[in-house]
Design a protein around this ligand. Sequence first.
Ligand code: HEC
Ligand code: HEC
Length: 689
Amino acid sequence: MSLMKPSPSWRLALLALAFGWSLAACDAARPVEPVAADPEPPSVQDAAFSRLWDYEAQQHAGRDFTHLSPSQSGADPFALTALPDAKHLVGVLRGADQVVLLDADTLHVLHRASTPAGPVAVVTMPDGSVVVAAEGADALVRFEVNQGTLVQSGTWALPQGSVVRDLAVGRAGVLYSVDERSGKVVARALGDAGAVKRQEILGQCRGPTHVRAAGSVVAVNCLLEHTLNVWAVGDDGFALKPQAPLSVTLDGPMWSLAARADADGKVWLVAGGVENRPLDRSDGAFGFIDSFVFAWTLESGALKEVVGVNVSEHGVITPRWLGLEASSQGQMSAFVTGYGGDKAVRLPLGGGAPTVVEALPGVVSAVSRPGGGWTAASALLDGWVTMEPGAEATLVGAGQAGQGEARDVAWRTGELLFFTHLMAPWNATEGRRSRFTCETCHFEGYVDGRTHFTGRGEVYATTKPLVGLMDNRPHFTRALDKTMVQMVFNEFRVANKHSGHDAWFEVDAQVLPWLKAVDGLPQKLEPEFLRRALMAFLMGFDHKPNPAVRGRKGFKPLELRGARLFEQRCAGCHAARLVADDPDSAVDFEHWEAAIFAHKGPIVWARDGYEKTGVEPYVHDDGARPTSLRRLYKKWPYLTNGSARSLESLLESVSWDEGGRFYHASAPEGATGLEPEQRAALRAFLELL
Ligand code: HEC
Ligand code: HEC
C-alpha cells in the first residue's frame, strides 16, 4: 500500500532543514553557556547535539511511516496468578502473546501457549482453570492445566473494539472485568465455553485499569478520573441493587490497587499513586509529584482514610503493583513495589516502621510465595522477580521475546530512562522536590487525566501522549520544539533541575546496581548515549492499533459522512498527514479509508504551526498547535486547558463566525455550530482515528 504522494524532494527537504534547525536548536538546548573565545571548537554538548540530529534525520529518511515500527519491548510479563496447588503459577507475556505455566519455586517455564494479541490479565477460577484477557482481542479465553500443559478450553466473545485491562474473581466465582475503551465495569457468571449465564454492568468511568474483589465489595481504579469506585455485591457476586458506588477522588492518578477483607470481615483498600496535591512548577522543576500509598477501610458504609505515605522517600517510585498482607496477629500491611526503581517497602497500616526490601524495576503484578515474600512479573526487565525482606531480589528471564532476535541496547536503555529513575538518579524528596519518572504524568506513555499548571500566567495544560512522537513533530503545544533531539535535551534538563547534578551526567553500574540485571548494557552510560537511547526508544514507541477498527475493512455510512465533514471542516488544521510537519506526506481523501483501517492507522491528523481557536488562555501569543487526534480514547480530558470533558461537549462548542473563522471554544455571539447529526457523524469518525 502506498499512501504517501510520491515526493522525490521530501527527504532532501528534511535534510536541508536539518542544517538550520540543528544550529538554532543547539543554542536553545545548551544548559551552560560556555564563554566564547573566538574561534572555539564546538563544545562537547554541541558536537553531541549535532551527531544526534544527524541520527534523527537519518531515521526519518529511512522510515516507512505507513507501518508500525517493530516492537522492541520484549516479552513483557504483565500478570501472574497462583494455581490452587500452590506449586504452579500462570503468567501472561504481553509482548509475546503467550500464557506460560511456571514452576512456583524455580520460576522455570513448564509450558507455553499462544493467546490473542497483548494479554494483560489472568485470573484463577474456582475450578482451577485460568481466564486470560488480551487488550487486542474481542474475547476472553480460558485455559485448563492438564498434565503440565496449558490447554485452551473456551472463549467468550466480547463486543467489537473491547480493550479489557483487568480481571478479578469474586463471590460465587463471578468474573469482573474493566474495559479501558468503553470504561465499563462488567460482572459475568460464566457458563460452559461461550455461554454467559448472567451479565450486568456495575458502572462506567474514564480509563479503568484495575478491578479487585474482596469480601462483599468490588473496587475499581478509574485512572484518568483519579477515582476509586467501590460497589457492594450480594452472595451471588452481583450488585445488590442499582447503586451509585462509594468513591474517593484524589488530585492525580492511582497506578495500583489492592483489596482484602481482614479476619473481622472489614475490607481494606490500598492504592499507589501520585502525591495528592497539584504539580508545582514555580521553580522550573517538577514539584510535589512524589509517589504515595493511600489506604482506606470500609466502615459503616463509608471509606475512611487510614494513611497516606510518601514512598518515593523509600526509593519506591511509580508503584504499579501492591499487595495486602495480614500477620498472624491480624495486623494489615501493604507490600508496595515500584515500577520506576529497585526498592519495595512493607508498610504496616496500623502504625510501625516501614521495612525497605530490595526489588527490581518494572513490577506490574505479583503473587505471595508460600514461605513468605513475593514473586513478581517485571515488564521492564522481561522476567520474574522474587522479593523478600532481608534478601537480594532475583531475576529469572521470561525468555522468548516473540521476535527471538537480539534487542537494541539503546532502545532498552531508552525504555529504562522513560520508566525509571535512570533519567534523574539524584532527585530528592524533601518539600516540593520529587522522585518521579516520565510515567508519573504519562501513564504507559499516555496521559494522567490531569490539567497541570504550567507555571506561566494562568496557563494550564492537559498531559499529552508520548507515543507516535516521531510522526508528530514539532513537540509541545507551545514550544513547538522542531526536533526530537531538542526535546530530549530539554527533558534531561527539566527532570534533573535542582537535583544538585548537571543534566549532562553519566551513569555507571555502581550508582544503579540493578542495571547489572539488564543484558548487554555498557558499564558506563555516557551522556550522549543516554540521549540517543531516549530518542531510539521514543522513535519506536508507537500507538497500538486502534481497537475500534479491529476486524473491520471500511466505513459504515455514518462514519463516511463524518469523514466527508471532517475533510471539509477540520482537516485544514488536523491535517491528514503521515508526518505532521511534512506537507508532502498528506494522504488524499480517497486513501483515508485504507489508511484508517490499516494495522497502524498511520495518519496523525495534525500539522505544525499555531492556531487561535478560542481555547483560552492561549499557551502562546499565536495560539496552540493543532493536536493530533490519533487514538483519542486513550486521552482525557480534551483541549489544552482540559475544558472539554467529552467529545460530545467538545463538538457542541465547535462553531464558525460570520466570516467563517473557526472556534473550538469562546465563539462570539451569532456563530453557527454543528447540527446533532453532524456531531454524531464526526464522533463516529473520530473513534476510528
Ligand atoms: C509533572 C507532569 C509531567 C512529567 C513528570 C512529564 N511530563 Fe511530559 N508533559 C506534561 C504535560 C502537562 C504536557 C503537555 C504540555 C503541552 O501541551 O505541550 C507534556 C507534554 C510532553 C511532550 C509533548 C508531546 C507532544 O505531542 O507535543 C513531551 C515530548 C513530553 N511531555 C516528554 C516528557 C518526558 C520525556 C518526560 C520524562 C522525562 C516527561 N514528559 C515527564 C507533563 C509531564
Ligand atoms: C483552525 C484550526 C482548527 C480547526 C478547523 C479544527 N481544529 Fe480541532 N484543534 C485545533 C487546535 C489548535 C487544537 C488545540 C487547541 C488547544 O487545546 O489549545 C485543537 C484540538 C482539538 C481536539 C482536542 C484533542 C485533544 O487531544 O485534546 C479535538 C478532538 C479536535 N480539535 C477536533 C476537531 C474537529 C472534529 C474539528 C472539525 C469540526 C476541528 N477540530 C477543527 C485546531 C483546529
